[in-house]
Design a protein around this ligand. Structure first.
Ligand code: BGC
Length: 724
């Protein structure tokens, strides 16, 4: 992060010297403006609190005019004229929505991740926002957990790349620029490991899993210069993160070297009382400040509790000043002292908005994962005359937003119906929803079945409502909600009797457990929530205007009982016996294999990989090994293939995972064309954590595995010797 000039530091000290205790606590307080609601509403504050310096920061304020007015009051009408941090959850766009992070992760393309964050930052900054509570970096191997949709999926390696890319995009080259906003890496740490996937539940993971799985994305975020970090709501082995000095001051600040602002989660400081570790707001405030939390989001605990905590000697004036210093430094870095009205000064040009919609369409289409494509049911044949578009998500523009829709209006998304009509103007598109997304009504199923007759193809749009994933949206049954399964079964039966292909498009914020659809549908796609241009993006894929290239960043289980499930799990001493023998690691009532492995995703090409070369075959710590593989497109469509580079250490002192991800490459090939993909493997990346949890590079043999997904059978294998 850009370091401050000596004169900036002096200005901060002068300000702190002039501040009353209330003004200092105001800088450590962020209150909700209520334009959008992201947590329990706590009322009772007013504009006078900004004037008096009791509130120094806001969130959930939408619109350039109100943002400007709040900033004006802080600058012109408060005694010291300190500008406000104005934060919002700009998670996957602001007014224009891109797919949510899990869906974007399916691109495996850091440049694209940066680009969408940059556009989101521009659009939000044009509304006077200067801080986003993103990126969420919680690795999740837990489809029951609704917030899986907000993060990178199951791989810490992807989490690292997503962290770097998003922070670059939000913060830009210069945080002070009028189109840059401060990023907040959240939720530190291991929130994705909530017990049984239940929102807000306890987290209790081993130190190894903390260091191997959950911390790496935050380490990358700190290295990338993230402005702020948000502790998780959850407790970590009994200690709420908001009060966890060992994690916040210890691991985050001391070990990772984070010097930015720690902003609490929504009302999290007051919730220390509910956790059972604080008797009242005084104690809660003291615990959070002692742990290193700088800004109290919404709870008012710092304002109400810190004066008492100070009197009792539970916190020191120096601790308060330390936090105020960090908050002022961030405001300085954001350029708010020089130019408080820079963000939101002028509306964006229409051309910027048009270009952003174009990008949303492209990214939306690229995030879609083609899970199955029997008999090349897709792309749809040209000259299609009659198509049945069925399902509760076929004409649902508001749902296409997915969770955290920010300032996007419900109707500003393109529905699938609209997108398909635009893509196939000559075709008759018959539409009915059949059933609601949730709810018991089956009365529309018969009409939906009738609609199949005479159609050349049925497109079935099923899945979750936007509110079924995201915060506070854990699901014990992460399959199709309501009566959608019944609708699908009836439609599939009729269509199969008439030999009509059925294309199932799933809208979802998590992997859905849909083994029967995977078995019976002609084609199955995970469209996630494609955002503002959803319908056009889906139509681009179905018609073949865009060849699908998305790859699932998270394993799809076939049964809830398999969860948690992820690639590369340690084998144990009695690994699964492929012949089904007893006393091996398996279920007696369900295959151990997932429905779809990590990285799975088909294209309209037909790729074969051959000739894996690893050079050199023996390397020391300083080396960067080159891994090459030949790829040929034997299909009849131009397409992009994605190739993963995994490794497997054959022996180490700590049992090694069966696969570790180290790289991803992409190549686009015309039909019949061949190419060679080159991937780099820096040997230092093969370091692992030894028995003492210290990083170590152990000499010995490493298997290099390259291929289209984490399915072991699909990978080419080579060998490398790490030498001391
Ligand atoms: C969520 C955070 C979010 C905050 C502000 C909380 O409920 O956990 O992720 O940034 O609200 O809206």
């Amino acid at each position: 992060m850009r370091t401050l000039q000596p004169q900036d530091a002096r200005r901060i000290e002068t300000l702190i010297e002039r501040m009353s205790l209330t003004e200092k606590l105001g800088q450590l307080t962020m209150m909700a403006a209520g334009h959008t609601v992201t947590g329990p509403v706590i009322t009772g504050h007013s504009l006078d609190d900004i004037r008096s310096g009791r509130i120094g920061n806001l969130l959930n304020l939408i619109g350039a005019a109100p943002a400007r007015e709040m900033q004006r009051i802080a600058i012109e009408e408060s005694r010291l004229g300190v500008p406000l941090l104005i934060g919002l959850d700009v998670i996957h766009g602001h007014r224009t929505l891109f797919p949510p992070p899990l869906a974007e992760a399916a691109l495996f393309d850091p440049q694209a991740w940066t680009l969408t964050a940059r556009e989101a930052a521009r659009e939000a900054a044009a509304d006077g926002i200067n801080m986003t509570f993103a990126p969420m970096l919680d690795v999740s191997r837990e489809p029951r957990w609704g917030r899986t949709v907000e993060g990178p999926g199951e791989s810490p390696w992807v989490g690292r790349r997503l962290a770097e890319a998003k922070i670059r995009g939000f913060q830009g080259a210069d945080l002070a620029a009028a189109d840059s906003i401060a990023a907040v890496a959240k939720h530190f740490c291991a929130y994705g490991a909530v017990t049984a996937g239940r929102e807000y539940a306890s987290v209790d993971v081993s130190d190894r899993s903390l260091l191997e799985v959950h911390m790496p994305p935050f380490e990358s975020a700190v290295s990338a210069g993230v402005a702020a970090v948000m502790p998780a709501f959850t407790d970590f082995a009994g200690i709420p993160m908001t009060a966890h000095a060992g994690m916040l001051r210890g691991r985050l600040r001391r070990e990772l070297g984070f010097e930015g602002v720690l902003v609490s989660d929504y009302n999290a400081i007051a919730e220390l009382i509910q956790h059972g570790v604080a008797a009242d707001l005084v104690e809660a405030a003291a615990l959070a400040l002692a742990a290193g939390v700088d800004i109290d989001m919404v709870s008012g605990a710092y304002l109400q509790g810190l004066p008492g905590a100070l009197e009792r000697g539970w916190v020191s004036a120096a601790q308060i000043d330390e936090s105020v210093r960090r908050v002022l430094a961030l405001k300085m870095r954001l350029g708010l002292f020089e130019n408080p009205f820079g963000r939101g000064a002028a509306p964006e040009a229409a051309a910027a908005l048009t270009e952003r919609r174009r990008l949303a369409r492209e990214i939306g289409a690229r995030s879609i994962v083609l899970l199955r494509n029997r008999g090349d049911a897709l792309p749809l044949a040209g000259g299609m005359r009659r198509l049945a578009l069925i399902g509760p998500l076929a004409d649902a523009p508001a749902e296409m937003r997915g969770p955290w829709w920010c300032a996007a209006q419900p109707q500003s998304q393109v529905s699938v119906l609209e997108g398909m009509r635009a893509a196939l103007p000559q075709a008759q598109i018959l539409h009915t929803s059949g059933v609601d997304i949730a709810g018991p009504d089956e009365s529309g199923i018969a009409a939906a079945v009738e609609l199949c007759d005479g159609a050349e193809v049925v497109v079935l749009c099923l899945g979750e409502a936007a509110t079924m994933s995201g915060e506070a949206a854990s699901r014990a049954h992460p399959g199709l909600p309501g009566r959608q399964q019944e609708l699908a079964a009836a439609v599939l039966q009729r269509a199969s009797a008439r030999a009509i292909p059925v294309i199932v498009v799933l809208f979802c914020g998590r992997p859905l457990i849909v083994p029967s659809l995977a078995e019976r549908a002609s084609a199955l796609l995970a469209a996630w929530f494609p955002g503002s241009e959803a319908g056009n993006a889906v139509a681009d894929i179905l018609t073949g205007r865009t060849s699908p290239s998305g790859r699932t960043p998270i394993t799809w289980p076939r049964a809830v009982g398999q969860i948690p499930l992820w690639f590369g799990q340690r084998s144990g001493g009695r690994p699964t016996d492929p012949t089904g023998g007893p006393f091996s690691s398996r279920y007696i009532d369900e295959p151990k294999e997932p429905l779809f492995p990590f990285g799975h995703g088909m294209t309209y090409g037909r790729f074969t990989l051959s000739q894996l070369r690893v050079t050199p075959q023996s390397a020391t710590a300083a080396a960067i090994v080159e891994v090459r593989v030949d790829i040929e497109n034997q299909g009849s469509h131009r397409a992009e293939e994605t190739v993963f580079l995994f490794t497997r250490r054959l022996k180490s002192r700590v049992a090694p995972p069966t696969l570790e991800l180290h790289g991803v490459g992409k190549i686009t090939l015309e039909p019949g064309a061949r190419g060679t993909l080159l991937l780099h493997l820096p040997i230092v990346e093969l370091r692992s954590l030894g028995p003492d949890l210290e990083p170590v590079l152990e000499p010995g043999a490493v298997e290099i595995l390259v291929g289209p997904s984490a399915d072991r059978a699909s990978l080419l294998s080579g060998r490398l010797e790490v030498v001391p």
